[in-house]
Design a protein around this ligand. Sequence first.
Ligand code: AQP
Length: 327
Amino acid sequence: MTTALRQTIFSGIQPSGTVHLGNDLGAIRNYVRLQESHDAIYCIVDFHALTSTHDAGLLRSRTREMAASLLALGLDPDRCTLFVQSHRPEHTELAWLLATVTPVSWLERTPTYKEKKQNQPDDINHGLLTYPVLQAADIVIYKATQVPVGRDQAAHLELSREIVRAFNNRYGDTFPEPEAVYTDAPVVLGTDGVKKMSKSVGNTIDIFGSPELVRKQVMSMVTDTQRILRTDPGRPEVCNVCQLQRFFGDDYEDLWDGERTARTGCVDMKRLLADRIVAHYAPARERYDDLMAHPGRIDDILAAGAERLRPRAAATMDDVRERMGLR
Ligand code: AQP
């Protein structure tokens, strides 16, 4: 793998066990695409997950499951580096150093922090507040310039850029300002058709779930709420099922036409979408099952990824410690 002339990209994903359609269409598709052209580094962010997952066994198994999911969806350890955040502890050291240039007010205004405060009122731990600082450290420790993410991460990315600016202002030009890279589905709506597809909302389509589960989730999707009768014309622009058809076949315009003219009904469209999603992810599901039957293979890939990054993380930390007077 020639990385010298390639731009570095970095993205992290939480070890939440199940990958949903929003993760794939909003981010993972870009991970797979960009590993061909970039020095691509992908990280399973278990330190971040500790802000809401407190069961050690669960975190361990979810970390492996997330690795298997990413590999099954197309990440190739010969084309990218896949590793686990806690296997490169330099991330947390850098996060502390970046925290010293980050005003608390920047963190308190982060939308995800405000959301989490509402979602887990009994567990507003310090990690939730400083999450974006660790995220900035994850990205800049490898001097990544681009970050493939869904649009829900836009505020965090902007904060990473501000933190980089603050650090560079104080200690001299050290880190590039990272930019977000979006897919053509930067925000995938959930089955409720209103909120972003999200595990904590419970509106997901679980792409590695059983075909029965995927069908059930798709059939529960809210469509065009103004289309009451089967004979009413549909509005594909506002129907989430129609929107998702764009990613599973080349005939979506034809399908949309069927909706507009009431040639097809919402139930027909949902059945078709469910069949297509199940068929599309069937090969990945098989690869996932195969990987999970050989956990040693997954662990070896993750260990090799962390090891490959050791000299890069060390070089950045040497430079940063020098600049900050820690020698
Ligand atoms: N609905 C979405 N549309 C587009 N992109 C999305 N991403 C997540 N949901 C959508 C992107 O997927 C990547 C991994 O995100 P994460 O680690 O934050 O994943 P998550 O925990 O699975 O996201 P959830 O479901 O929204 O988690 P909760 O509910 O726990 O907060 C990121 O690039 C993200 O933008």
